[in-house]
Design a protein around this ligand. Sequence first.
Ligand code: PSV
Ligand code: MN
Length: 424
Amino acid sequence: MEIEKYQIDAHNEKSEAAHKQRFNFAASENAKVEEVISKLIKFQIAIPSWALGTGGTRFGRFSGGGEPRSLEEKIEDIGLLHKLNQSSGAISLHIPWDIPTDYDAIKSLAAHHNLRFDAMNSNTFQDQADQKLSYKFGSLQHVDKGVRQQAIDHNIEVIRQGVALGSDALTVWLADGSCFPGQLNFRKAFQNTLESLEEIYAALPEAWKVFVEYKAFEPNFYSTTVGDWGQSLLYASKLGPKAFTLVDLGHHLPNANIEQIVSLLLMEGKLGGFHFNDSKYGDDDLTAGSMKPYQLFLIFNELVEGMDAKGMDHATGLGWMIDASHNVKDPLEDLLQSVEAIMISYTQALLVDREALKTAQQENDVVRCQEILQDAFRTDVRAIVQEARLRSGGAAQPVQLYRELKVRENLISNRGLKTVATGL
Ligand code: PSV
Ligand code: MN
């Protein structure tokens, strides 16, 4: 299915007058509005190929129907999202869930939908049917060099596939760790992992980056070999200038101050990528901004401040991706909601009065500091985000149009009710 321009235009016309009124008011209140809109238009958030199906838990999986059955259909789904919001212009693949068979055909399909290939993700946290050695006790950390080599070779193969598609980054997330005290020599596990990552690093092409993603726990429940940002930073620093830390919002212990982590990583020039989601308990993979929108805003506040301090381009300076896949929503509607929440937080962060905040911080005026941040957070920026989307050719209300056009029903009638996308 493809959404046509005339369908978007017809939808937009219906709310044009009301939108103009809301936007004119927002513009009259915010002197920076045009500058903000041009940043929003450039800002693209990659969609992971594994978020297009309904995720499951170890207790079950309830497919919503019409899930993509192939890489081509995943690209088609992201094309629909991008058509609606004009902010989802990239796809992130997970190998071997998404092995392309015909690279040129996949590239031209992505180009047809105006999508580029974001970071490639390797997978050494599951055993594949044709795999010689098992990752039950880890991959890059494994006590057996044979297992480590197999995992290294897989990562190098993922780089090769990424090169063929025009990607320029590899994300390594390791499930490696231990489930019980005494199971692992922490130092040896670290050193094995570092040596393995060094071999992968050596295979990176000139303009490539490697992102080392950390996660506090799960599937291992006693220790994780890349368990927090300190460990990730240690690996990234030892590896060299092409290695960076990747922050996934769901990968921290409760109440961690993620905005402070982000700020310091940016200061060190070692923040490379970002995975958006939200959570109440752990790695819940819920819709971005659905639980803690103020935290999302505070993180964006540090991102904007830190990137500006380094003169980084907001759109291209970091790898931006959603990493969510949960159980009860239509995945495409969920992704539209996530992108909207991210754009809203980003806009609010752009509206923070930085000069006033600097002065208030310098004067230890704590009350004023809070007022400045909350003034931006409490600004209704939805009309500004909508204006940016309209100027790019997107829909006034993406979720509403998705429903009006009966996209899910259409996908179900084309693909069937019982389809299950590859992923977790
Ligand atoms: C791990 O929980 C993670 O966040 C990593 O990014 C994986 O590659 C992704 O989820 C999908 O399983
Ligand atoms: Mn992630």
